[in-house]
Design a protein around this ligand. Structure first.
Ligand SMILES: [Zn+2]
Ligand SMILES: [Zn+2]
Length: 148
């Protein structure tokens, strides 16, 4: 079977969508990704990143307003913490809210632990997510540009 993009070359692998890919195309990205899927992923990752930035910016403004009465420094740090909480919360999904049962007291305790964890790991995970997504979009663009 020939490569979906280079009909003169034999396919050595395939994208998850089933398109066959030649050696050059297979080596562009791990796992092997065809140009069509790379374009699709770029759209999805970009939309995700934009959405995250918008939500983050909105939460930052809320935190800024809430913390501002204690000075600009407090406003900025409250803004950063609020902005990062959704990220930390997502990472904290490993700790289920009902881990100690549905007893309201237990749920409140677990909720407080989760929120504290979210605040602590939120900022680094937000940074890691942003950097990883930008690198991934760059790699996907590489596939789109390499395959004529
Ligand atoms: Zn594909
Ligand atoms: Zn190819």
């Amino acid at each position: 079977m020939p490569c979906a993009y280079h009909t003169d070359r034999a396919a050595v692998g395939a994208c998850s969508c089933g398109r066959s890919l030649c050696e050059q195309c297979v080596n562009l990205l791990d796992p092997p990704t065809c140009k069509t899927c790379a374009k699709k992923y770029i759209g999805k990752e970009t939309a995700d990143l934009v959405k995250t930035c918008l939500i983050g910016a909105a939460l930052f403004v809320v935190g800024l307003v809430l913390g501002m009465h204690n000075g600009a420094g407090s406003g900025i740090s409250t803004g950063i913490i609020l902005m990062a909480i959704p990220f930390g919360w997502r990472v904290g999904a490993i700790l289920p809210l009902f881990i100690f049962g549905t007893n309201p007291a237990a749920v409140v305790v677990v909720g407080i632990i989760k929120l504290s964890l979210a605040i602590i790991i939120g900022v680094p995970s937000l940074l890691i997510y942003t950097i990883k997504t930008i690198i991934r979009i760059g790699r996907l663009r590489g596939v789109v540009n390499a395959v004529k």
